[in-house]
Design a protein around this ligand. Structure first.
Ligand code: G6P
Length: 611
């Protein structure tokens, strides 16, 4: 949800800023802008992607050694040139970029208009920069003006402020939206995540809520709160490497990430499964074992694809642990009045670790005394830091907006957690534990076998290029897979798709089935195979076009299918790790045939830091 980059130091700022924006473009891409500070404070911005900004600034005087840049995902005000960031203050002596939402902008704006301020844009951000100017006009320092303004601000922000009259100073602050400070030799970097920083320095500081970073040329990093208390944040060392942020020969990040799954799944269980002594080691669980053993119930919360991973987790936890599990959309959970006990465990699952609703759900559960466990992909993210304990998924940076490898990594970690707790709780026998552990270690090779069918999947996907709707059906463990398959298709190809529990089809969607309607059925030979076959017959009787995901060697469903993909046999609870792969590929190829922007689908953003 909007990407922010900043630089101050001896180097030319523009190339660093533009490269940084490209790394952050997954966060939003409806407009982009840049401000540089030399003798003057200059802002260049326009509607469109970062490439449009690059074209727009061609030939403009951009020489400067400090500046900031922004790629936007619109919240307040349509995506156009004027609403793009940075925003100038009235006198054009200040400029601000912002990620987040200023909730009380209307009332602040009213006050500022009464004080003689006029506004160019419809954004909440412009209100903030004018407010800073309002305070600064009283003769106080830039830092004091920023502190006063932020004290009046309700909502979420990560901001960077430049001031024409403070030529060697850059101020940045955060609350709710992420902001990382990179510390180099005589230089500082700012970014929404570490990806624009990694090629210059590995030393970073993650700002906490209500902290302000004061980046003064030639001085050490200074951090103060908005109430002017100095803090001394820990410097972390990044473990990212630059090749993880590049396409590595693939046409799209999404395709690269789909193909990375044998490795990422392995990385998720590496070091955690010890087949030799039949144990699973997860530090977050061992350190808080009593919580898990005494939990009254487990609530899993997330959004989007991560929510689908939770649904798979629910089936696994209930089967292995015999503890009631509830899966909640974090956006609903946070605003309901949920009944929460202090012996509840909340498991928050998030690829980015920044989803605003999931973070709010954590705070809510915490305030009721629940124990909070996080499953995040991005190391050092807000959710990772807000939880009592947790496990990283180790899938590496996921850049394609449609989540793929993060999902299979989340399911892997949830499986490991359930197995580890079940062993301690005694709800699984040692033999059964071993069987599932072995099956899990075999998953990466099986994923590779499915990926080897990519050509086949590409071939038949072209028949669905012009389809307008699609139905995805699955039962049991594969119901969440149906939801995830449908989500992938609609996200990147803009084809309307619905995931449904196969039997529920009779209660509505069956009315939609005709020869135009592709129905994707996940029909492995485990679980409720016969029941699914009956559901397939119901589809065929209405002339629906059947695409099936079947177990190798299946004959019955294969014969009924227009197209099928065979997946290797595995434990029932692990089937989602295999069955999801062909659905990801199918969605990808259909979107490519439709000439859609696969990595940056319209209206979406990878990290949703607003409600
Ligand atoms: C956005 C992304 C999805 C993601 C969801 C939850 O909608 O486009 O891919 O599943 O947010 O994000 P999280 O980072 O919390 O998993």
């Amino acid at each position: 949800m909007c990407g922010i980059v900043g630089y101050i130091g001896p180097r030319e700022a523009y190339p660093i800023l533009i490269k940084g924006l490209k790394r952050l473009e997954y966060r939003g891409y409806d407009s982009a802008g840049i401000a540089i500070l030399n003798d003057n404070l200059q802002v260049f911005k326009c509607k469109g992607k970062v490439s449009a900004l690059e074209a727009f600034v061609q030939g403009k005087p951009l020489h400067a050694t400090m500046g900031m840049a922004h790629t936007r995902w619109a919240t307040h005000g349509e995506p156009n040139d004027v609403n793009a960031h940075p925003h100038y203050s009235q006198s054009e002596s200040l400029a601000v970029i912002h990620n987040g939402i200023i909730e009380n902008y209307a009332i602040l704006k009213e006050g500022l208009i009464k004080s003689g301020f006029t506004f160019q844009s419809n954004t909440d951000t412009e209100v903030l920069v004018q407010l800073i100017e309002y305070f600064k006009n009283s003769g106080i320092s830039l830092l004091e003006a920023v502190q006063l303004a932020l004290n009046q601000t309700v909502g979420a922000y990560a901001i960077v402020v430049l001031s024409k009259n403070d030529p060697d100073l850059m101020i940045a602050a955060r609350k709710g939206s992420p902001l990382v400070v990179g510390i180099g030799k005589d230089e500082f970097f700012l970014a929404s995540d570490a990806s624009p920083i990694i090629e210059y320095t590995k030393d970073v500081v993650y700002l906490e809520d209500e902290e302000i970073a004061i980046l003064q040329r030639g001085q050490k990093l200074k951090v103060k709160t908005i109430s002017d208390v100095e803090t001394f944040p820990q410097v972390h060392t990044l473990e990212l490497n630059i090749s993880q942020l590049e396409k590595g020969g693939y046409e799209h990040f999404m395709l690269k990430e789909i193909f990375e799954q044998p490795d990422t799944i392995r990385d998720s269980f590496r070091g955690r499964i010890q087949l030799e002594n039949n144990t699973i080691t997860m530090a977050g669980i061992i350190d808080h074992l009593d919580k898990f053993l005494n939990a009254r119930r487990i609530i899993m919360t997330a959004a989007g694809t991560s929510w689908h991973a939770c649904l798979v987790g629910e089936y696994i936890f209930e089967e292995l642990l015999r503890i009631p599990v509830e899966v909640e959309y974090s956006s609903e959970f946070r605003y309901r009045k949920p009944v929460l006990y202090n012996d509840d465990i909340l498991i928050a699952v998030s690829q980015s670790g920044e989803t605003a609703d999931t973070l709010a759900a954590i705070h809510l559960a915490k305030s009721h005394g629940a124990f909070i466990y996080g499953i995040c992909n991005v190391v050092g993210s807000s959710i990772a830091r807000a939880t009592d304990a947790g496990s990283y998924t180790h899938a590496g940076p996921e850049i394609g907006v449609a989540s793929t490898k993060a999902f299979t990594a989340q399911v892997t970690v949830l499986t490991l957690m359930a197995l580890a707790i079940a062993q301690k709780k005694g709800t699984i026998s040692e033999e059964r534990l071993k069987e599932i552990m072995i099956a899990l270690t075999e998953i990466p090779a099986k994923v590779t076998q499915i990926l080897n069918k990519a050509k086949e999947i590409q071939e038949f996907s072209k028949y669905y290029t012009y389809t307008r709707n699609a139905l995805y059906l699955g039962r049991g463990y594969n119901f969440p897979v149906a939801l995830e398959g449908a989500l992938k298709l609609k996200e990147i190809s803009y084809i309307h798709a619905e995931g449904y529990p196969a039997a529920e089809m009779k209660h509505g969607p069956i009315a939609l089935i005709d020869r135009e309607m592709p129905v994707v059925v996940i029909a492995p030979n485990k679980g409720h195979y016969d029941k699914v076959v009956s559901n397939i017959q119901e589809v065929k009787a209405r002339k629906g076009r059947l695409i099936s995901i079947i177990t190798e060697g299946d004959v019955t469903v294969k014969e009924l299918s227009d197209h099928y993909v065979e997946i290797p046999e595995t434990e029932e609870m692990l089937i989602p790790l295999l069955a999801t792969i062909p659905l990801q590929l199918m969605a990808y190829y259909i979107a490519v045939f439709r000439e859609c922007n696969v990595d940056q689908p319209r209206n979406l953003a990878k990290s949703v830091t607003v409600e």
